[in-house]
Design a protein around this ligand. Sequence first.
Ligand code: ATP
Length: 258
Amino acid sequence: MSDAPILEVRNLTRKFGGLTAVNNLSFAVRRNSIHGLIGPNGAGKTTTFSLISGYYSPTSGQILYDGKDVSGLKTSRLAQRGLIRTFQGTTLFQEFSVMDNVRVGCHRSARAGFVSRIIGSDAPVERAADRKAREILDLFDLGALADEPTSSLPHGHQRALGMAVALAADPVVILLDEPFTGMNPEETRRMMEHVRRVRDERDITIMLVEHDMQAVMGLCDRITVMNFGQLLTEGAPEEVRTDPRVIEAYLGRAEDAA
Ligand SMILES: Nc1ncnc2c1ncn2[C@@H]1O[C@H](COP(=O)(O)OP(=O)(O)OP(=O)(O)O)[C@@H](O)[C@H]1O
């Protein structure tokens, strides 16, 4: 496996009028790692995610994905290449069954064969999508709920299903936007297990923005810390947790807000 990072941002800057939300930010994400992006409120994490996933174009700087400059490419093009972002609010079809949500995701990524397109029969594609959807549901312990309406699932399961749909698109990198928001401790524990499983069993790189520090520290291999749009520090969870600059950044913002 190559040692080159799967994702890298170089001197990334994004301005909104007079406000610099991301300021000359550089960091790299190793292949097959779980990489956290943290920082106090307003630090620029979401903007960074939106830049990497193509929702915003950089004002300046570069984004390299698998060694290639993808700065300014649209979300759909990046998704085709395997860079997939999930959102805080779920984007599931609530009236569909659990299985059908994943099946739709599989179809989006499936390429119908030449013959089936000519004769109008997509049976092999359907069968392949079904098989793939079942495997993915099992990975997230959702197999027994496959035929349930999505709207009946509790919050934790809905978030797991959101990740299952992302997996159906054959990602290389998944960008998870606050995956633990609103979860109780048991749901958080299970979600952490799912994220690990996706990385371990599917060789997928995971990058996440998250405020739940316990989850971030327990899950991530490396953590990038932002403050005021800039890189504050980067390191293993233990280094970051005990870094006085990180503690200061969080406490400083808490005092501002008080
Ligand atoms: N579309 C926009 N237009 C103008 N300003 C924006 C826009 N998006 C973000 N900002 C500003 O950029 C700065 C960084 O915001 P961003 O949402 O990226 O921070 P964050 O670290 O994700 O914060 P939080 O943890 O609160 O979600 C903030 O000052 C925010 O108000």
